[in-house]
Design a protein around this ligand. Structure first.
Ligand code: C2E
Ligand code: MG
Ligand code: MG
Ligand code: MG
Length: 292
């Protein structure tokens, strides 16, 4: 179980080519039903500042499949992008998160900005902004609590529509983040195309960041500097080790996200963390060593 969340598995899940064709066939076949039956569940991974105070969270989709158990989005999102169910799935996530924000408001819980991963395919459709606005109105949620994460590569097609959607969303007050920053071909181009609120430094760069002499620490320092110069918030993803956290603190990274503070968790667990308001870095490293 614990191994599911491990580094090697993450890499495996991030490419759907690794899934057996049988599993792919079943998932594809069951996906339409899963939307109707609400077999999807949103997990949330908290994001904290340098003091460990919870800033917000990222919504990460899970599929409770009767045969395969909890299926990672790395497996089914690529399939959904192929069969075009991604738009319906994306809209379901937007609606659910807006309903969740409403629920937190009603419970008098301090609401935190929630980041939603939106497929490039959804960003290319002209009805996106109207849909988002409708959900915000319906649940009476301020737009500034929503942030959409866009990955690089999204601008390859339908460039004009993507840019105009992003501008309109920002005019509504919705925030825009570039996800997996640095892994695409056009990181810097993005920053010139449209205004963003947040850069999420990909976990690949965080890996050996505390080893002062390597390339990753130079890249991360530079991206943090760039973000600061541009007045953009920087989030470090995949922070697992205390030493990485210390490096990021020293370089004044705004927000930290990773297993060191918390895995993605179901909503009831996130609420407990929200009540407390802060998280302490765990001793992930020692725990791992003991496991082995
Ligand atoms: P992402 O948006 O870059 O999300 C970060 C991924 O890294 C998540 O994997 C998260 O569980 C994992 N992670 C977080 N902290 C750590 C850490 O300290 N170490 C390691 N090794 N991993 C960490 P997850 O939840 O499996 O999601 C994978 C990808 O699937 C996401 O990458 C995102 O691109 C996509 N995805 C997730 N939910 C959605 C969704 O609702 N819609 C769309 N279109 N894509 C989604
Ligand atoms: Mg993301
Ligand atoms: Mg990412
Ligand atoms: Mg990713």
């Amino acid at each position: 179980r614990a191994k599911r969340q491990g580094k090697n598995n993450y890499r495996l899940y991030s490419s759907h080519q690794d899934i057996s064709s049988y599993k792919k066939y079943i998932l594809e076949k069951d996906m339409r039903k899963a939307i109707v039956n609400e077999d999807f569940e949103i997990y949330y991974q908290p994001q904290v500042n340098k003091e460990g105070i919870i800033y917000g969270a990222e919504a990460l989709l899970r599929w409770n499949h009767k045969e395969w158990g909890l299926v990672s989005p790395g497996e089914f999102i690529p399939l959904a992008e192929e069969n075009h169910l991604i738009n319906r799935i994306g809209d379901w996530v937007i609606r659910k998160v807006c309903a969740q924000l409403r629920d937190w408001k009603d419970k008098d819980l301090t609401i935190r900005p929630i980041a939603i991963n939106l497929s490039p395919i959804r960003f290319m459709k002209t009805d996106l902004v109207a849909y988002v606005k409708r959900q915000l109105d319906l649940f009476d949620v301020p737009a500034k609590y929503l942030e959409f994460e866009i990955t690089e590569g999204s601008l390859l097609k339908e460039e004009k529509t993507v840019i105009s959607n992003i501008e309109k969303l920002r005019n509504l007050g919705v925030k825009i983040a570039i996800d997996d920053f640095g892994t695409g071909y056009s990181s810097l181009k993005y920053l010139r195309y449209f205004q963003v609120d947040t850069i999420k430094i990909d976990q690949a760069f965080i890996k050996d960041v505390n080893d002062g002499s390597n390339v990753n620490s130079a890249i991360v320092s530079s991206v943090l500097h760039l973000a600061r110069e541009m007045g953009i918030k920087a989030v470090a993803e995949g922070v697992e080790e205390y030493e990485q956290f210390e490096f990021l603190k020293q370089k004044e990274c705004d927000i930290i996200q990773g297993y060191l503070f918390s895995k993605p968790v179901p909503v009831n667990q996130l609420e407990k963390m929200m009540w407390a308001g802060y998280l302490k870095p765990s001793k992930v490293k020692q725990l791992k060593e003991r496991e082995e």
